[in-house]
Write a protein that binds this ligand. Structure first.
Ligand code: SF4
Length: 675
């Protein structure tokens, strides 16, 4: 392969399906902005959005209908039957519906809300469930009126349109690809998969309609940009299968193009990669913050740097035995090829990890992300959940930005604190951040920002707010924090005045014993005071909640739910989500399980002893609690609380099994707030 000079290298960064549909995933915007700031010709494509728009078009639905006709009548699920029976109406409505969701045809809301315009499949049955829950009994009453009132026409139409798309996604799953999801597409092929075998088998299978569509879009993107290098950033397991399909297409049709894989999934799960077959699809796999490895890689591609001087990069080399990177630890600075030489279990796996250690690009110098080239007017504002905080994730186009790199706290025992994306904390001055914000508003014309930090530091937020106020910028922003006591009522008010509309943070298991064991650095009462201060300042609050933490008893779970109930009741939080605790090999629990009273299960091996993905690890908790059963009750409770329902019910009523009475006093949170 003839190397192009660096000034002739043309880089295409790709967002693979599926990621969120309301706004671009930020990885390509960051990489493109950074590369352009270094004089590299760089462009970007969102193939997740493109795939969605192609599948949910007149042509896409016609192709889907052809697949449905191949199904035997007996195999047609209710959603498929509803689609087949109303196919003409689906074809007639899909184009205006997408335009409506793209905010290009607001007046269509009237017809959508008439409930006579859109064909309705099984997903619409949920509306009647809401109606019953909210006491709408009279025939002719609008069961959605409780949520949207008489004037919330646009929101109501958006919700109905989202149900319509969900019905179509169900049909696609039934008739074409059982792995299809809007966000977690085929993720079981990648999540902590010790072996590459299932993914290899899926990639060797004949293309289905989704694969064919993605292949067409990939080839069109390559034809448009004629890149010499394609970067595919995979943020999570639900984007892995499509990333490999994209790479497979490019390799088959344009073998001279250099392909590199990176992103959040790689940074957490592929750190010990020895599976050579990954390199049938990608030439390079890079770890952690992408900027420095990428510069080295591009110099290498341009013939200006030897392969031995790549940075945090896996390559396949015939006949060589490599060494994985240190498990979860920061790589030492200084010296070439600094990764410890750890022998692999089999001879000749041909995967080598190269780390010619050079300092990372400082957060203050990574440049301003750019959305140039992405179709910002084509993203879809969806409204799945009827909760004002929850909708922020699916509704509206937010510019995504980070206030700092990494987490300033980096102590929580369930978190990947040993990995770069958490452990390397670096900030930038408020002036730099607000310069970036101004540049982004100028470029996109949009003033909404989502700060995607793991936990934005209060000091940096205070400085940022002051700078936003000093420049009198009318932006709106929301982001993730730790509910720590520095968020005083005065600071919460200042943040709100600077444009903060919502905040999310981890309350995890609402139990002081477990918060302590987790090293979260907060108490339940402190969280109550901080969240209430945000609410009082007019800022919506979402709490990340957890269950199944080591040593968590049934009593702990019941008590935690009682705290959560009281937090909703007292107006401290408006939204929440219960995650099941997962032990990762990079977290303190995974590294020192004995400190948390649990024993790790051996990690599964792959048949050929080659390592592919490695992240979650099973464990034995001597408490023996059935967290699966309790989890169902917790999720039911939180769903209802978010809709303002069931706050006066005994928390035990949400569980399907007998659980003990809460030991938390009924007015504990009210007392903590001095109510
Ligand atoms: S859980 Fe959040 S606050 Fe805790 S260490 Fe991780 S990123 Fe930081």
């Amino acid at each position: 392969m003839q190397s192009p000079p660096l000034d002739r290298v043309r880089v295409l960064s790709v967002i693979p399906p599926m990621t969120q549909l309301n706004t671009p995933y930020p990885s390509t915007a960051y990489l493109t902005g950074f590369l352009r700031s270094r004089g590299v010709e760089a462009v970007q494509e969102d193939l997740a959005l493109a795939l969605m728009l192609r599948l949910f078009s007149r042509e896409g639905l016609t192709a889907l209908h052809a697949q449905v006709l191949l199904l035997a009548d007996a195999k047609r699920a209710p959603c498929v039957q509803a689609f087949a029976a109303q196919f003409d109406r689906y074809v007639a409505t899909i184009t205006p519906l997408i335009a409506f969701l793209q905010n290009r045809d607001a007046t269509l809301a009237h017809r959508i809300c008439s409930r006579a315009f859109l064909p309705e499949g099984p997903r619409f049955a949920t509306i009647d469930v809401y109606g019953a829950a909210f006491g709408v009994e009279e025939e002719g009453d609008d069961p959605l009126a409780w949520a949207f009132g008489a004037l919330g026409l646009q929101d109501k139409a958006r919700h109905l349109a989202t149900l319509y798309l969900n019905d179509l996604a169900d049909v696609l799953r039934e008739a074409v690809d059982p792995r299809f999801e809007f966000v977690r597409y085929a993720e079981q092929l990648a999540t902590s998969q010790p072996t590459f075998e299932p993914l290899a088998a899926a990639l060797a299978a004949p293309n289905n309609l989704v694969d064919d569509t993605l292949q067409d879009l990939t080839l069109a993107a390559i034809a448009r940009h004629a890149p010499t290098v394609v970067l595919i950033s995979v943020p999570f397991p639900g984007a892995v299968y499509a990333a490999f399909r994209i790479a497979q297409t490019i390799k088959a049709h344009h073998p001279a193009i250099v392909l590199a894989l990176g992103g959040g999934f790689v940074n957490t799960e592929l750190r010990e990669l020895t599976e050579g077959r990954v390199f049938d699809y990608f030439d390079f796999v890079t770890l952690d913050a992408g900027e420095r490895p990428l510069l080295a890689l591009l110099e290498h591609v341009a013939g200006k740097r030897s392969k031995q001087r790549l940075v945090r990069t896996f390559v396949r080399e015939d006949g060589e035995v490599g060494a994985g990177p240190p498990q979860g630890d920061l790589l030492p600075l200084g010296g070439a090829d600094a990764a410890p030489q750890r022998p692999q279990r089999l001879s000749g796996p041909k995967v080598r990890y190269i780390n010619f250690v050079e300092p990372d690009i400082a957060f203050a110098e990574v440049g301003t992300p750019t959305w140039d080239g992405l179709p910002l007017d084509k993203y879809l504002s969806l409204l799945d959940m009827l909760n004002p905080m929850n909708r922020l994730w699916s509704d509206g186009r937010w510019n995504k930005l980070t206030v700092a790199h990494g987490c300033y706290w980096k102590k929580c025992s369930f978190c990947d604190v040993s990995l770069d994306y958490i452990s390397r904390y670096e900030g930038a001055s408020a002036t730099t951040l607000v310069d970036r914000i101004e540049a982004i508003v100028k470029e996109t014309g949009q003033t909404g920002f989502h700060f995607v930090d793991e936990a934005a530091p209060p000091k940096a937020l205070k400085a940022l707010a002051a700078e936003l106020q000093a420049r009198n910028l009318g932006i709106s922003w929301w982001g993730n924090i730790r509910f720590e006591k520095s968020f005083s009522p005065e600071l919460c008010q200042q943040l709100a005045d600077s444009g903060c509309i919502a905040i999310s943070g981890g309350l995890e298991v609402a139990s002081d014993r477990l918060l302590n064991l987790m090293k979260k650095g907060v108490s339940v009462e402190q969280v109550a005071r901080v969240t209430r201060a945000f609410t009082d300042a007019g800022v919506l609050v979402h709490a990340y909640l957890m269950y199944g933490f080591p040593t968590q008893t049934v009593q702990d779970t019941v008590d935690a739910l009682e705290y959560v109930r009281q937090l909703f009741e007292q107006g401290c939080i408006q939204s929440g989500f219960f995650h099941r605790f997962a032990c990762t090999v990079h977290s303190p629990v995974g590294k020192r399980p004995e400190d948390y009273g649990v024993t790790l299960l051996p990690l599964p091996d792959s048949p050929d002893h080659k390592i592919f993905a490695k992240n979650d690890v099973g464990f034995i908790d001597p408490t023996g609690v059935d967290h699966d059963v309790l989890g169902v009750g917790l999720k039911k409770a939180i769903y209802n609380y978010m809709h303002g329902v069931g706050l006066d019910a005994d928390v035990r009523s949400w569980f399907s099994v007998k659980v003990p009475k809460p030991t938390v006093a009924k007015h504990r949170i009210a007392r903590a707030l001095g109510v």
